[in-house]
Unconditional design. Structure first.
Length: 202
């Protein structure tokens, strides 16, 4: 493992150089990580890295926007704490009978009654007491991401109807309307993932 210290007083120039060196290392097939603290700085650096990856021919020219769900790990105690739940977050309930996940968006969090108002894909409302959230439920943060061919993505949890599970990385081989064709490192077979810009797409 090698680490380079970039001594450059101008932050913009430092980020640009880091992005360029990162992109070259990825093009050369090295496992590379660029790390920076602060949400704003991460966003700036991410944009510079994506531009550099395009210049190096690693990323395709065309972005598609997808919604990614990041699991929020709650134990039996924290599940019952209202402060963890925010409007716009996604909740899934495992239905063991049909072996499916039912997906909802948190529409409202009511402090006075300690109640979550959820809505499903069709806008049908479900009122759920925070105290009633059990291990059948999973909470997610939703965020939109630009994705292009050549993109490396981290899988953060099991993806239903695929052989992909949390902790794996995948490369986007093809971007089409409503779906991504992805491949795990070192494998020839590909898998298709349904994706979209909304939390119910995919």
């Amino acid at each position: 493992t090698t680490a380079d210290i970039i001594s450059e007083p101008d932050k913009g120039a430092r980020y640009s150089r880091l992005a360029q060196e990162f992109a070259v290392s990825v093009r050369e097939g090295q496992e590379s990580v660029a790390q920076i603290s602060g949400t704003r700085e991460q966003s700036v650096l991410n944009g510079l890295i994506r531009d550099s990856l395009r210049q190096e021919g690693v990323l395709g020219e065309k972005d598609t926007t997808i919604t990614a769900l990041t699991p929020v790990w709650l134990d039996s105690k924290s599940r019952g704490v209202r402060d963890y739940y925010r409007e716009g977050m996604v909740m899934e309930r495992w239905d063991p009978e049909n072996r499916t996940h039912d997906r909802f968006v948190i529409d409202r969090v009511t402090a006075s009654s300690n109640m979550l108002t959820l809505k499903d894909r069709d806008g049908v409302r479900l009122d759920l007491k925070v105290s009633a959230v059990d291990s059948q439920w999973t909470l997610f943060r939703a965020e939109t991401l630009p994705v292009a061919e050549g993109e490396r993505l981290a899988v953060l949890g099991k993806i239903p109807d695929t052989r992909l599970k949390g902790g794996e990385s995948i490369t986007v081989m093809k971007v089409e309307e409503g779906q991504l064709t992805v491949q795990r490192p070192g494998q020839k077979t590909t898998q298709t993932l349904a994706v979209g810009a909304g939390v119910f797409d995919g």
